[in-house]
Design a binder for this molecule. Sequence first.
Ligand SMILES: NC(=O)c1ccc[n+]([C@@H]2O[C@H](COP(=O)([O-])OP(=O)(O)OC[C@H]3O[C@@H](n4cnc5c(N)ncnc54)[C@H](O)[C@@H]3O)[C@@H](O)[C@H]2O)c1
Ligand SMILES: [Zn+2]
Length: 395
Amino acid sequence: MADVAGEAAVIHQRIAVSFEYPVCFTRNAFAPENPVLTEVVARREPARRHRVFPMIDEGVARRHPGLPARIQAYIAAHPDQLALAAPPHPVPGGEAAKNDPAVLDGLLGRLQAAGMDRQSVVLAVGGGAVLDAVGYAAAITHRGVRLVRMPTTVLGQNDSGVGVKTAINAFSAKNYLGAFAPPFAVVNDFDFLAALEARDRIAGIAEAVKVALIRDAAFFGWLEGAAPALTAFRPAETERMIRRCAELHLAHIAGCGDPFEMGSARPLDYGHWAAHKLETLTHHELRHGEAVAIGMTLDANYAVRVGMLAEADYRRIRGLLARLGFRLWHDALARPGQHGKRAVLAGLDEFREHLGGDLTITLLTGIGRAVEVNEIDTALVEEAILALERDDRAP
Ligand SMILES: NC(=O)c1ccc[n+]([C@@H]2O[C@H](COP(=O)([O-])OP(=O)(O)OC[C@H]3O[C@@H](n4cnc5c(N)ncnc54)[C@H](O)[C@@H]3O)[C@@H](O)[C@H]2O)c1
Ligand SMILES: [Zn+2]
């Protein structure tokens, strides 16, 4: 194509930006002699001092009295590389961090007051919700200040904390506002997990089951064998589960060809269309992982109904999730919605609207084998819901 002056009328622009970040596994990260955090913060400019602003999940701080002081002492113990940009700032724990717009405003105000620049580091210590909220604030401040995530939950360490997304909830929709913003580094400190409530420990295992189901049948088999150790929260098996799950998530993000989800597929969100809707319908009474366990069971039951998945595989999936301690039913599944359909089915439209394009749902054709489908028969989803209710009542 040429315009009247003979010049090209279209200049095709192409930009490739690559990201790299370490995901470290350690213990007692704030022991002054532990070099991991200092090394990852200073890795690009080792001769310089780096300003660090710690932001701490209040739930974590409650269970770890003295944590803010230990973080300050750690920074003080590495004066050549680290400097405190502002005293540790507490952030409400759990979904409240993502639901309340005042939390985001507060975070942005603190970042501004501390004079954070694009090479300063926000150190987010907390569960997936706090990491999401702090990550979003960091992503939109100066178009992105460096974020070091220190996830303190199973789910944070094996899934949400290691990926490239941040978000908060808005307009009654989960993750409505957000940004793709890879972290500067991730430091997984296993010692944080000991103080987690049993419910939160178990909830995070749902994401390991998910990634095994879509990617790795051998890992699924391992999870079946390790289920008693995982529910007892034995450190060796728990840490192996977290590491393998994080590895599979990272490999997917790096190798899928669409890390920022420009297309319509979200394979890592297997079981999530119903899960996100259930979280909203229950006003977050269900934990994310608990909702994902129900969503995966529902989609596996549906896959049997459309002839994609063997009944025996469905029983294995259901059996593993039940043995891990998940209840695979919530009354919100039965709640009526608009047009005579159940309320949860609106999750399909919201899932499609989030990405645009065709509805794309990940379903299983076997354990470790996933495919994308573009149509869902809602009458069969209704049947699958009834089946989940029946199974829940079965002795
Ligand atoms: N960005 C992503 O890619 C991504 C992926 C998956 C999930 N998520 C999000 O992650 C959130 C769920 O995260 P979660 O499962 O980590 O739960 P959470 O962040 O909601 O935390 C649950 C509770 O545990 C407390 N807590 C956290 N760490 C603790 C510790 N070490 N000891 C004691 N208490 C502790 C918190 O204060 C909170 O009360 C959801 O909002 C979900 O949407 C994000
Ligand atoms: Zn999830």
